[in-house]
Design a protein around this ligand. Structure first.
Ligand code: AMX
Length: 433
């Protein structure tokens, strides 16, 4: 089978042809209406952009290139990257070539470490990661080719080069940040004979005598890889990339969005919330105690982290997958047991609280079910990865795959600069007669 670069090059002409034909014949067909509520409400539900790497169905969750996530949970993350770009799972040969390619790029320039070391010790690991990606912008092949002059048809070629470089370097940087920020000792090198996910597990330096932490890392990197195009990080990356800012600019920008507590930072918030309940009740709380704590959280004006979603209306399959991992490998762990118990309690609490909100004239909560972040932290905690403000970095190492795959495809199909039309409240008022 062809390498990722060769296979993608074979697919590009047909992709362009298909999209040109659709636009020519059906370009004026309407696919969405927009209400005033949506315009004020974060554009929720408006179909206004294209993303071919994955879709999120409200009642099914993440589907990558036609495969429901749990059907492909055993694929390694680099296989998912190949799949997102080409729509095909790589065979053994193509996978080995991609792994070798990544290993050959997995070095990080010294100036990156110098910059990270110069940052204040209390810098958030996400600020460090995003700074590291941005400071490497000078390495961009896209920018170098663009400065020399390149045809639009070629844009995807250096974009894919940058994408592979970022993907190869990000676990090295992320593991370095972990070891640097939490005094874990010297850095651990990337091992070319190991796969990408196991390498990240190894470079973090978490003891893993049974190999199950590496297994968890592969699953974690698989599960967080993409969530279609409209979420904050993907959408930000896409918008910045649409200005032909190179992938280093675009990915760093996207990750800044992932650092928000309503998005990727929720995974750190979730475990903090779970541990708080355990501290308050002196061990794994009962369901009645959890119910009390959840209501206390809501009535103090805070969200219950890990629950609710902008698109999903069912339990996130990523939560289901992590839960199954927990039941298999750490069923007796009290933190995992608490997460499991929270799942029995919080949806019902949110449903009741939502009814209270509606009775008080506020909007309903749209989804009571757990999202990806509700359970992942407990699994990491079990293996001794207890530094919660690092968790969004793990999410980032994975999510760059989706952001990068989307960027490469957008450069291949020549997506123009993003520029939706905004309107003023004065204009809206004039429509309200
Ligand atoms: N706890 C308390 N209130 C919640 C809630 C929760 N878990 N989920 C939603 N609500 C509230 C919203 O804050 C909003 O209240 P407001 O009108 O007073 O501002 C109201 O319900 C309506 O919101 P919604 O339509 O249900 O959700 P949304 O699309 O606006 O927001 C999300 C989605 C994820 C931001 C929200 O559910 C939330 O804040 N959840 C907790 C944080 C979290 O888990 N984030 C991670 C999401 C996944 C990810 O990106 N990693």
């Amino acid at each position: 089978m062809a390498t990722l670069q060769e296979r993608f090059a074979e697919l590009v002409p047909q992709m362009r042809k298909d999209i040109a034909a659709i636009q020519k014949e059906f370009g004026d067909k309407k696919i969405s209406d927009v209400t005033i509520k949506q315009a004020y409400g974060g554009m929720r539900g408006i179909k206004g952009m294209i993303c071919d790497t994955s879709v999120v169905e409200p009642d099914k969750g993440l589907i990558i290139r036609g495969y429901p996530l749990l059907d492909i949970q055993d694929l390694w993350p680099e296989e998912i990257f190949y799949l997102m770009l080409t729509g095909e799972k790589p065979d053994k040969e193509a996978l080995a070539a991609l792994q070798l390619d990544l290993a050959s790029r997995a070095y990080v320039p010294d100036y990156v470490w110098d910059v990270l070391e110069a940052m204040p010790v209390d810098s958030h690991p996400m600020a460090m990661l995003n700074t590291a990606i941005l400071v490497m912008e000078r390495e961009s092949v896209f920018r170098a080719w663009y400065d020399k002059g390149m045809k639009k048809e070629e844009y995807w070629v250096p974009t894919l080069e940058d994408a592979l470089a970022i993907m190869a370097k990000i676990p090295v940087i992320a593991a370095g940040i972990y070891r640097m920020s939490y005094d874990k000792g010297s850095m651990i090198d990337y091992l070319p004979t190991l796969d990408w996910g196991a390498n990240y597990a190894r470079m973090l330096g978490i003891p893993d005598p049974t190999g199950t932490f590496a297994k968890l890392m592969r699953l974690y990197l698989n599960f967080h890889s993409d969530h279609e195009g409209g979420n904050v990080s993907a959408n930000t990356c896409h918008t910045v990339g649409s200005a032909l800012s190179d992938p280093y600019y675009a990915v760093s920008a996207g990750l800044n969005g992932l650092a928000g507590p309503l998005h990727g930072l929720a995974n750190q918030e979730c475990l903090i919330w779970v541990l708080e309940t355990m501290e308050k009740f002196g061990g794994a709380p009962s369901e009645a105690e959890l119910r009390e704590f959840a209501f206390y959280t809501l009535r103090s004006g805070q969200v219950v982290p890990g629950y609710g979603h902008a698109v999903l209306r069912v339990t996130d399959p990523r939560f289901t997958g992590f839960n199954a991992f927990g039941r298999k490998y750490m069923a007796d762990d009290p933190v995992f047991q608490t997460v499991d118990r929270v799942f029995n309690v919080v949806p019902k609490v949110l449903e009741e609280y939502s009814a209270e909100r509606v009775a008080a004239g506020k909007g309903a909560i749209s989804n009571f079910w757990p999202n990806v972040d509700a359970g992942s932290g407990a699994l990491l905690y079990h293996y001794g990865l207890t530094e919660m403000n690092y968790y969004t970095v793990l999410f980032s190492v994975s999510r760059v795959m989706g952001m990068l795959a989307q960027l490469v495809i957008n450069r291949a199909i020549g997506t123009p600069i993003t520029r939706p039309k905004s309107v003023s409240t004065e204009w809206i008022k004039k429509q309200c007669v």
